[in-house]
Design a protein around this ligand. Sequence first.
Ligand SMILES: Cc1cc2nc3c(=O)[nH]c(=O)nc-3n(C[C@H](O)[C@H](O)[C@H](O)COP(=O)(O)OP(=O)(O)OC[C@H]3O[C@@H](n4cnc5c(N)ncnc54)[C@H](O)[C@@H]3O)c2cc1C
Ligand code: FES
Length: 281
Amino acid sequence: MSKDRGNGHLYMPRLARVIRIADETYDTKTFTLRFVDEESQQQFSFRSGQFVEVSVFGAGEAPFGLASNPNRKEDFDITVRAVGRVTRALHERKVGDVIGVRGPLGNYFPFEEVFGYDILIVGGGIGLPPLRSLIEPMLDARDKFGRIIILYGARTPQDRVYKHLLSEWEKRTDIEFLQTVDVGDSTWTGHVGVVTTLFDKITVDPARTVAFTCGPPIMIKFVIQDLLAMGFDPDHIISTLERYMKCGVGKCGHCAINHKYVCTDGPVFSFRQMQAFREPL
Ligand SMILES: Cc1cc2nc3c(=O)[nH]c(=O)nc-3n(C[C@H](O)[C@H](O)[C@H](O)COP(=O)(O)OP(=O)(O)OC[C@H]3O[C@@H](n4cnc5c(N)ncnc54)[C@H](O)[C@@H]3O)c2cc1C
Ligand code: FES
């Protein structure tokens, strides 16, 4: 989980074109982006867990986790829920429009360090996108890992992102994938209950498993609580933290938690590291 200030000038966004837009839910879209300058695209490389600061000109700038497979070099994805000024302006962009991108920024999920371990991934709602950028390279290097168990929870069936990908994961025999919704509907025949209720449906050996989680703070809190009760070592629980950010590069202090900056020391932390903060979640 080392630091990375990103390539390019600290505060200068590079122009990127929207080349594809996918509707995920009523308020969430995935934008596939490619730098206008071909060389910038060729040189752009990131690790799972990193984020970018995206400028929608005239509206402002906001951070988003990189959501695509880092092994994919021709373009990259962000998945964005429309909640305010920047995100709504982004949702109004069309294919062909140009926006600004700074990054990649922040640290990243351990990858090579967890070779040989069983992997347990727990995602909630819009927390799945950064985990997708971890899951896909893990599936590319499937023989490097033990079991891969993926649990995903969303508020309703319609709130699930990447529905097509979830169907593909359900069919795979080399991973264990379970999904749930808090509230079902007439189309839903699957599990109903918060994501932690899926823990009853799996068996894991905490001594040989590393857990990764991303989602709303309340979900992360209960997931961590249950993982600890199952016997997980705090070093083997890896999560992301979300804080209001401005600069994204450790200069403005907006994202500080005690002596750490979420933008440069994180957004990925082990629970052991979070325990050292007085206000972890
Ligand atoms: C490292 C990092 C990675 C992130 N990755 C993603 C991502 O992949 N996809 C994504 O959609 N978002 C992501 N976010 C959150 C995203 O940056 C914010 O939602 C965004 O900054 C909101 O900007 P805005 O100008 O549209 O909203 P604002 O105008 O700033 O806020 C409008 C209103 O929405 C509320 N609000 C703001 N953010 C949220 C939120 N996240 N959830 C609920 N209410 C909120 C505010 O309190 C305010 O009331 C990430 C944040 C961080 C720090
Ligand atoms: S966002 Fe400026 S220091 Fe982290």
